[in-house]
Design a binder for this molecule. Sequence first.
Ligand code: BES
Ligand code: MN
Ligand code: ZN
Length: 490
Amino acid sequence: MELLTVTTGCQDWAGDLLCIGFWQDQVELTGEVAALDARLGGAIQELINETEFKGKPNSPSVTRLGSGSPVKKVALLGLGTAAKATLESYRKAAATAAKTAKQNKAHTLGLFLPLTDQPTDALTAALSEGILLALHQDNRFKSDPEDKPPVLEKVELLGIEGGNAGIEQAQKIVSGVILARELVAAPASLVTPTTLAETALSLAQTYGFNVTILEREDCERLGMGAFLGVAKGSDTPPKFIHLTYTPAVTPKKRLAVIGKGVTFDSGGLNLKTQGGIETMKMDMAGAAAVLGCFKALGQIQPPVLVHGIIAATENMINGHALHPGDILTASNGKTIEVNNTDAEGRLTLADALVYAEKLEVDAMVDLATLTGACIVALGDDIAGLWSSQDELAESLLQAAAVTGEKIWRMPLEEKYFEGMKSPIADMKNAGGRSAGSITGALFLQQYVQKTPWAHLDVAGPVWSEKGNAYAGAGATGFGVRLLVQWILSQ
Ligand code: BES
Ligand code: MN
Ligand code: ZN
C-alpha cells in the first residue's frame, strides 16, 4: 500500500473515499472544504445537517456522492476538542479513516485534517501509525477469512508538505508492533521459548545484531536458580535470549530492555482456574515488545547501544515442577521461598535483571505482564510504572505522551516489602492480597543494585478483549512504540 503526503488539499482530490476531519463544535465549512462543498452542490453541509454531526470522535458520517463525482464517498471525522488536541487525536482519526476505507472497500483514501502546530514529521508519523496499525489484521489461523484483506492501495495525506521521514519511521516502527502482536496472538503451542529464540536469531541475521542464546546448562553455570526453577515443570526447554544492537557510531547511551517471556502461565501447582488461564499465552508480551523494538531498531539504526534480554520459559506442571515451599537461589545469591508458583514472572526476571546489570548499562527497563493486581489498580488501558530514578521515570512518561501508550507512575513503597519476608529464606516470591503490583515491583528491585531501573507492569494494555482505536481484539502490541520512542529520545 502506498502512503504519501500531497501538498494540495481536498478541493481537487479524486478517488474512492475522502475523509475530512473537524474539531468538535467547529463544523463550519471554510476555505478548501467550503470550496469543495460548493463544487459538490452542498453535499457536505447536507451530511452535517442530516447526521447532526458535531465533530465528536465517534463513528464518522459517510455519504455516497452522485456517480458523476470524482469523489465517490465522503466521510466526516470527528477529532474531539481542538484545545485538547495531541498527536493521539490525529493517530485515532487516521485509524478511523482507515477502518472506514476498509468497510467501504475503498481502493483510494484521501485524508484532509485541520492542522495545528505539530512538527510535520511527528504528524505524518502519527497519521501513518494510526492507518497502518488499524489496517493490520491477523488471519493466520482462519481457514476462510471472513475478514478479507483490505483492498486499499493508496492513501494520500492531503494538504501536507514533506513529512516523508515521518511516514518511513512509522512504517519501521509499525513492523515491530505487528511482530509483537503476532507473537502474542499465536497460541502457546506455536510460540514456545524455542520460537522466541528463533525469532531473535532471525532478527539478528536480518539486521546484524549480536545474539546469544543460553541453554539450560549455561544458565545453571551462571547460577540462575530462580529462572530455572520456573522452567523445571515444563517439557519444553527454557532459553535465555540476549540480543545486542550496536550502532555504527560511538553510542550516546547504553541501555537494556528486558521482557518477561513466559510463553504459557498455567500458574504451576498453584494452578490458575477458569477465567484466568485462557489468555495466558499472552504472558510473553513483554518479550514480544522487546523483539518488536529490535525489529524497529534494526531499521532505524539510532546512535544508542541496546541490549534486549528475555528469560523465556513456560510455567507448567509435570513431575519436576516447583513445589510450593521450595527454596530457590537466584544468580545474585539471594534465596527465595516459593510460596506461590503463580508468581513466576518475577522469578524469571530476577535472573534477567542480575544478568542485565552486569552489562554495565546507563539504564534498564523491564516490561512484564507481572500481576493481575496491576489490572485491578489501573484497568486494561494503563500500564504501571515503577522506577528507582526520577529522571528515568520522567523520560518514560515523556515517551509515552508522544506514543499515546498510557503509563502511570506507582510507588516503590519499601514498607510493603515486609509482607514478602520469609522465616526460612531471604524473601518469599508472593506477598498478601493488598498492593500486589507494588510488592511485585519491590521483589524485582531486590535484584537491581545501582543501575537506574524502571519496571512496567503491562498486564492490562497488552491485551484487549474488544479491541481499541487502532488494534483489533486480542494482542495490541503495547510497549513497542514506547520502547522505541524512549530509546530515540536518549
Ligand atoms: N501472568 C500473571 C499476571 C497476569 C494476570 C497477567 C492477568 C495478565 C493478566 C502472573 O504470573 C501472575 O499469575 N501473577 C499473580 C501474582 C500473585 C500470585 C502474587 C497474580 O497476579 O495473581
Ligand atoms: Mn503467574
Ligand atoms: Zn505470569
